[in-house]
Ligand binder design. Sequence first.
Ligand code: MSS
Length: 366
Amino acid sequence: AGAAKPLPAYVGWKDPASLIVHSSTTIETKRSVFGTSVITPSEQLYIRNNLPAPDVSILGNRDAWEINIEGVKNPRKLTLGDLKRMGIETTAMVLQCSGNGRGYFPNKPSGTPWQVGAAGCVVWSGVPVRWVVDALGGVEAGMAYLTGTGGEKLPDGLDPKSVIVERSVPAAALADALLAWEMNGVPISLAHGGPLRLIVPGYTGVNNIKYVKRLAFTAQETDARIMSHGYRISPPGAKGDPSQPSVQEMTVKSWINGPGTDGAPLKAGDTQIHGVAFGGMNAVAKVEVSLDGGKTWQLARMVGPDLGRFAWRQFVFAARLPAGQFTLASRATDTAGNVQPEQRMENAGGYNNTSWADHAVKVSVA
Ligand code: MSS
């Protein structure tokens, strides 16, 4: 246990009472703090940085930030000011770390033991990548990947490839991708990747490159270590390597956020069980709730606005709980018919945990 760690300076504006500080670069939202109003406030949103965040001076003149666009007919360096003149779109999406839920793996994979809070639903504004690509003559032939490079200053004395945050996603992801400069209605903070961030809706957190300084359509995946060996779905005990699948598209998942997650005792009687559900690439079709650890299920009600297939939905289930012990669980189904599984997919990195059993909440009602 020990005392709660203080917030590091670059996220000093966040709400400490809402957050669990694992380290200066890994900070998660408390489960009991997620509300029922769709959008995760920036002050409560989790943080994951693989490298220390750049100096705040990169926000000094946001519109002067430069990004190289490569692998298109007319490759060019564009400023954020140029991008702002090319178009504006807005997307609500679930930003979720690939390792969210790792804390429920019994074999304790190395990496942050996130529970549910390395995720949030946020709104981004920026220019669709496809509009930028069209303006530059289209993607060059043979380019199978969209590769984004983070703008951190790399530590001296190390092979840049071993530390640089550079990820490739299938080029088809360009259909929904944004080059974003606003998050939740304001210019993106340094902590969340300002002045400019690549947003790939439906893909896990690591694919959403902060401080993006290069966007390249490439024939091959990048050989940066974070792509070639990191974030791979490898069998327990094995090391990641390029032959294994990379962590990319998210799949259907839900969890309960209350009641019973804040440690307060539950009184017998009426209660509103609430949580979040999302489908990754697909919208959520339904959510079921169980009061008996998954033996029986009942349909929950969706609440609040539907912000599109990449956003999460809030669900509520009105229950009357007598005194006793209960295991509350939720199980989502997406519009393609995929059902959230009972079991996690075992893997060495502790990635992509969507198990409803792992995310169940035990409550005692008096
Ligand atoms: N980007 C960059 N540039 N850098 C780094 O480090 N990280 C990742 C992403 N991006 C990075 C980037 C991760 S890994 C994640 S999750 C995310 O991001 C987070 O976000 P926020 O905003 O929340 O912090 Mo895992 O899969």
